[in-house]
Design a protein around this ligand. Structure first.
Ligand SMILES: *Cc1c(COP(=O)(O)O)cnc(C)c1O
Length: 355
């Protein structure tokens, strides 16, 4: 296969998801595996389901539609609050959606009735990270309104931390979520059986907290795909961090000055960088750029250094690696680089292992 390409090791993803399912099950937590970083890829989804996952979440209804069309049989959750304009598709393809606006739930209710479906709703609670969520003081009225609607069933509460403001999941905010659930259960006489505590950032809370309260679900993407928790991006013991390999090809290899020549203004992206004069250096250019990957999120697996990138070129200090025109250079990817590489039509995807 040509370059650039992303090699996706399905066996490593299978190992990671199996390990995490087993680990979280020891404290009664069920994982909703999140597929948005792989755009709902059906081969990845199949590996997840074959390795113990009973629920898949994605932020895009198009991804959920794609997985369903490909024959992936599991429960699907839309994990981004639905846009009003997509609510009819949401009831058709997703079993559950995470919601914060009763105006949207009203539309879900209308289309659920139209299609003869029962759509399950989880209300998201704002606990300090300041992305999606209903303020705790306003949950009561949201619940009352939702309970009055036909076609939708309120099945639980959720929260999302560590995404916008980087607020950590803690024993305190997780207990707050559970206390809110307890209060609302008795106030409205409802089961609220799903308490969805968060995402890959909940790993540290999970391992270090003896009593997880009523939290019985987490929505996990990055930890499965890249083997890391997301507060400090530390490797989770026993997981693979290299299930994805980015491969790019050398298109120029020359000895050049390290310091630019001539008067300087902004670069192609409006930035101005400082350069250090290190004399002549051995440089390589790879046929990959910002249109294909987030250059700040890639780490070479050989002893070269990334100097910079434009739309279509990545410039390396090739050091004494001996790479030549036509050589392939491999990289680890972080979440941002993975997302962009998956989304770029110019990056081929090659699947290794499992069917
Ligand atoms: C993306 C997302 C997740 C998964 O996050 P990871 O860091 O990949 O585990 C969970 N919940 C919501 C609402 C999300 O948007």
């Amino acid at each position: 296969m040509g370059a650039p390409r992303l090699e996706i090791d399905l066996d490593k993803i299978g190992h990671n998801v199996r390990s995490l399912c087993t680990l979280f099950a020891t404290k009664g937590i069920c994982i909703t595996a999140v597929t948005k970083a792989v755009l709902g890829d059906p081969l990845v989804a199949k590996v997840l389901v074959d390795n113990g996952i009973k629920a898949i979440g994605d932020s895009r209804i198009a991804n959920i539609h794609k997985m369903k069309e490909a024959g992936i049989e599991t429960e699907f959750t839309l994990i981004r609050s639905p846009m009003p304009s997509e609510t009819e598709e949401v009831v058709q393809y997703a079993d559950i959606s995470l919601n914060t606006e009763t105006a949207v739930i009203k539309l879900l209710s209308r289309y659920a009735a139209k299609h003869g479906k029962r759509h399950q709703v989880i209300l998201m609670v704002e606990l300090g990270d300041l992305r999606e969520g209903i303020m705790p003081s306003e949950l009561g009225s949201a619940i009352a309104e939702t309970l009055a609607m036909e076609g939708v069933e309120l099945v639980g509460l959720g929260t999302n931390l560590a995404c916008y403001a980087g607020v950590n999941p803690t024993p305190e905010n997780m207990a707050e979520l559970c206390d809110i659930a307890t209060r609302l259960r008795s106030e409205y006489d409802i089961p609220l059986e799903i308490i969805s505590g968060g995402n890959s950032a909940n790993y540290e809370w999970f391992v270090s907290t003896a009593d997880l309260g009523q939290v019985n679900n987490v929505r996990i993407g990055e930890a499965i795909l890249l083997g890391r928790e997301t507060l400090r991006r530390e490797r989770i013991p026993g997981l693979y961090t290299d299930a994805f390999t980015l491969v790019a090809e050398v298109i120029e290899r020359k000895t050049k000055p390290s310091f630019p020549v001539g008067p300087r203004s902004q670069d192609a992206f409006g930035d101005m960088f400082e350069f250090e004069d290190k004399g002549s250096v051995s440089k390589a250019i790879l046929g990959i750029g910002r249109q294909d990957v987030d250059p700040s999120g890639i780490t070479p697996r050989i002893a070269v250094e990334c100097l910079g990138a434009s739309s279509d070129h990545l410039i390396l200090d090739a050091k004494d690696t001996g790479i030549v025109v036509g050589s392939e250079v491999t990289f680890d990817v972080d979440y941002s680089a993975l997302l962009r590489a998956m989304t770029s039509p110019y990056v081929a995807k090659e699947f290794l292992g499992h069917p």
